[in-house]
Structures are given as C-alpha cells and as structure tokens.
Design a protein around this ligand. Sequence first.
Ligand code: 9PG
Length: 498
Amino acid sequence: MSAERRWLLAVPPQELRVLVSGYQSWSEAELRFLTERQAVPLMRWRHEQGHDPAFLPSGEAGVWRSHTLMALIRPDGGGWVGAAGDATSTFTGWEARAGQGVTEVTCTQEGPPTDVFWEETGDVIRTVEALAARLGQKMHARTPPPLRVWCSWYSYYRDVTLEAVLDNARLARARTLPFDVVQLDDGFQADIGDWLDPAPSFGGHARDLPGPLAELGFRAGLWLAPFLAAPTSRLAAEHPQWLLRGEDGTPLLAGHNWGGPYHALDTTHPEVLAWLRDLAATARGWGYDYLKLDFLFGGALPGVRHDPTVSRAGAYRMGMQALRDGAGEDAFLLGCGAPLASSIGLVDAMRTGPDVAPFWDEESRRVWLGDATGPSARNALHTALSRWYQHAWYQPDPDVMIARRELSLLGNEERGALAGMLDVIGGLRASSDPLGGLDERELALLRRCLEPSTPDRPRTLTQSLGGAVTHFGRGTFNLTGAEAEEIPAHGYREVSRG
Ligand code: 9PG
C-alpha cells in the first residue's frame, strides 16, 4: 500500500482508546487502549486466511491497524473518526501510532485513490455511525428484512447428511419454530470446487433438498466457497488456467483448511466469471434462493491475475457480481470470510465475526499464537459487537445461537451472552442446534433468539469489559473472566429501565 495521508494529534496516547475492525469477517474487531499491543498471528499461514496479508495487524504495542474505518476515543467520549468514502475498487487502511506525547494517524489506500473522511467529533459513536451510513449509501447497501435461518454446520459439521437436514426441518415444523430458511452447509460436495457432484457421505444430492423443504414451508439455503478450488478437485485439474498465480507463474496456495492447502480462482478471467454465474444459476435452478458464500477473501488475495489492471477490490467485486447475476436480484446472498466494505451493495447479509463454537475461548490459540480469528463464543462476541455500526452496510450476521446444553461446554451466562448479542446486533437470526436434542427450556431460549430486533447502539466507548464494545443501550456484556459491574464473567445483563 502506498502512504496517502497523515495527521499528527497533540494528544498523549495513554489517554486514547482505539476502535478497529479487521479486513474480513473473521478478523478481529476491538476497542482497546492505544498503548496496548495489537496481536498478529504467529503462524504465517494464518495471515491469508484471517487477515489481509498486504495489511496485517501490527503486532506492536502502541500501533493499531484497521480497515475502512477507525476511531480514536478521548475520555470525554469525543475524539476522531477516519473512514473510507468508497470501497468499490479500493482498500483503505488506517494506522494509529503512539508517539512521545503525540499520536500519529496514517491512511493508506490500495487501488484507485478515493475520498477519505477524517473528522474530529464530540461524539465518536454518532460520527462512526454517520460515516458508516455514508459509505453504505454511496455503495447502495442492500439491507433486506432479517431472516431466521437453521444452519447445518454447528450440529453436523462435515458429516452432514440429506436425511439429517430433513429431520431437523421436520422437527422445526413440528415444534413450530419460526425459521424462514433451512441452510445446508459444508459437507455435501465431492470436493472444494466440485459443487455439482455429491460427497458419498452426504447420502444424496444437494439438488434433492429444496423440494421437500418447500413442502415443509422453508426456503432452501446452500453453502458454497465459490472462489476456491482444492488441488485434488476436478475444477483445478480441468482448468489450471483459472487459478490465481504467484509471481513465479505457479498457482498460489491461498490458505489451508479441510486437511490441506487450497487454490483460489482468478476472478478477472472471463471463463471464471462465466463459471461463477453458471454455478449460482445452477444452485438457484435447484431451488436455493439463499446462498451462504464463504471463504470469499480468496477472490481478493494478492497475486498475478489474467487482467493485471484490476485492483484486488475490483477483482473481488467482479467475482461477486457474477455470482449475483447468476443467483438473481431477488436471491439472498450471505457473505462469509469476506472483505467487509468491498462487499457492500452485492451481499444482503454478512458474517461480522469469527465462528461461534460450543465453548467460550481457545486461549492457547488466541493468546499464545496471537490468533483470535478461530471459532469460539468469546471471539464471535468480541468482534461482532465491536462492528455494531455495520448494519448500514448489510444485514449483520453475528453467527448462530447455540442453545443446547448437551454437547456444549457453554454455561448459562455464556448462552445468555450469545442471546444478548443477537438482540443488540439486530441482524440475521441463526441457529445450529440439532433440534431433536433440545428440551423445553432450551427451546424457549431458542425461540427468544429468533425474535427479530432493531440494532442497538453503544452507550459509551469509554468503558469496556473486555477489550470490545460492551456497553449497549439495552444491556452490558462482561467479556472478562471475572465479575464486574455486578455482571458475572462472560455474562450479559439488560440495563434496567425505569
Ligand atoms: C464450513 C465453515 C462454516 C462456518 C464458516 C467457515 O480457518 N479458518 O480461519 C476458518 C474460519 C472459519 C471457518 C473455517 C475455517 O468456518 O465461517 O460458518 O460454514 O466455514 O467449512
């Protein structure tokens, strides 16, 4: 990235908090003291998969990096907010650096230069919301009404079967759980890239699910990682020229999951765009009008492209536009693992944090490996809450509720915090419990989590229980490990009104 603009603030850094948001869905968003250290994953291979490898978190004390938007907060609640004016073809990165009695702010852009806004304000919360809304308007954000989704991932992971999804749909109907969509996740396909062929373990074909779901009264949703291809896939073998390449001309290894590395597609290649359009149209033809498009960062990785004049953000949007064209204007597209701001206007909803998991924290990975992008209730809460303002960009998806007590290490307070998060974020509602295993108490909690709400606003950014935005109008989260402000560790309490 090339340096664009710089500001010097005559404020001692010890007095400031900083609000940052990482590059993509799974990257961390936080509210921290400027003098604290921003973590960067120790393991090199986590850089592509959790962050923008061209603009990594600093890893240094007193140096904080953020994508698209950043705020510095004084003890009086005023401060400064920087925000990109457009993210269609350009990535905008912010850095705040603590100096001797001063704070230095830098804004860098990759892609064609666009407007950036830098404002001093008496009310950071309001200015963050105003600048986020401005970006949303500029990029024609799609903000359809919230949907309630049952998702197969956190019940069955890759062992999902056609019958298991149908069983859950039947149970949802029998128990009158108000889901709009039943969404099949990862595990149905022959390989990453070979979406049209079934995995033998799935016990059927994905095209056979929407019919019975419709009879039960549900819309059908399908997970795809459309910009990826496993080295073992038919897609990669048949179309090696479609893969994103490195400087040496060989296909890049874009990340590591599913027990091995994978490639990414070059979304500036006309044949790739035709394939993406056809893929989305085929899924739509099978009856899926809700697509969870995952690992989308693969379309925006640094690399050598068929059209070298297109920026990374531009290449990403070409791929997303092809998917939108294939799926249709009225399809519901949920982005995941996606560059956030560059998706505005193309997706209906967006995952705004790491995966939820049936446990609170994976401390070894987060603390000792510097990687808070992994699945855990703590990571999901931390990040989704610190991105509250993004409802102006798409319908936020803070990931699923886990209401079950069996096969879960989450305690009552932790389940309550997840429920509280869904309420204050006010976006998509999703559940991924095996519905047959829920007792009356758990069903009641799930029903409560499926009630739509409007997005809440923070009460303050000058207090935090755990390095994230935690004090909201309707309630307070305690993400720390000890009771604080009369809220138990990992808990949530509604603010008493009266
Ligand atoms: C299916 C899953 C689910 C889930 C998605 C995504 O290595 N990683 O950083 C990593 C992050 C998330 C992830 C997988 C790997 O999960 O968020 O809801 O759809 O894919 O495989």
